[in-house]
Design a protein around this ligand. Structure first.
Ligand code: CA
Length: 263
């Protein structure tokens, strides 16, 4: 007897690069997955994060690393506890708020962006603070999921500037929210279906300031694998100037057909 079962799993690639002009690396990238119990059912949760730190004297790298480390610790703790009937969005938001407190309590001015994807089977929970981004990519196109928490985005939202003016705005790097900037932080959450054949991409602005959407889309769908795509994205961003640290995580949702032979 044959028992064929379709399961979904993610294939992940990532790359972090200083870029061509910066002497220091202030971005942090992390990926991890583990199993947790939802009632009696074991499920896999995968966590992906990109943080882009800021602040002089190595504070940026401290902030981005601390934010990512704290948020992962908090999520592991929460999912290892009893999550039956709990709201995943709430769990993730609290974890990010905790990371904010941890960075905020450090001495000196430091802050960081944080964009993360928490994937549980066919659902993706995206949390964002700052102007790193999440994109959904499929064969037909590329869509930005997160909205930048930045001064320029606010100007765009009220129609004070055009998207073209936003591209090269002199105050593009001013964030309206950052991890560690204030005691409270506004975490944007986006919950979406993550269907087989689709890709989720997390990245810092070092990637998106150098490459337009069409270029990113073409590299991802032509690459053949998430890791090759990430490597090629970094090369392309450096070829276009590489003016900042470049971080990218690419997650492909895949349907795998596992066939079990039962006697
Ligand atoms: Ca940056």
């Amino acid at each position: 007897m044959l028992n064929a079962e379709n399961t979904i799993e993610q294939v992940v690639g990532w790359n972090v690069d200083k870029g061509e002009r910066r002497g220091n690396m202030e971005d942090t990238v992390a990926t991890m997955d583990f199993e947790f119990l939802d009632g009696d059912i074991a499920r896999t949760v995968s966590i992906y994060a990109v943080a882009d730190g800021m602040g002089g004297h190595k504070k940026g790298e401290v902030a981005s690393r601390m934010a990512v480390q704290t948020v992962i610790e908090q999520l592991v703790k929460a999912f290892m506890g009893d999550v039956t009937g709990k709201d995943y969005e709430q769990i993730i938001t609290s974890a990010v708020e905790n990371a904010n407190h941890t960075v905020y309590e450090q001495e000196g001015d430091m802050g960081t962006t944080l964009v993360m994807a928490v994937v549980i089977e066919n659902k993706a929970y995206i949390a964002n603070v700052g102007d790193s981004r999440a994109y959904l990519i499929c064969d037909n196109g590329i869509n930005q999921i997160t909205q930048d928490q930045s001064f320029v985005q606010e100007l765009l939202n009220i129609g004070a500037i055009t998207p073209e003016q936003a591209e090269n705005h002199p105050r593009k790097n001013i964030l309206s929210q950052a991890i560690g900037a204030k005691e409270e932080v506004q975490v944007d959450m986006y919950t979406m279906n993550f269907a087989p054949g689709n890709y989720l991409m997390l990245c810092s602005d070092g990637l998106t300031n150098e490459l337009d959407n069409d270029t990113i889309h073409k590299i991802v769908v032509d690459s053949g694998s998430p890791q090759v795509a990430c490597d090629e994205l970094v090369i392309a961003a450096n070829d276009n100037g590489g003016r900042d640290n470049i971080s990218v995580v690419l997650i492909e949702q895949k349907l795998t057909n596992s066939v079990e032979i039962l006697h």
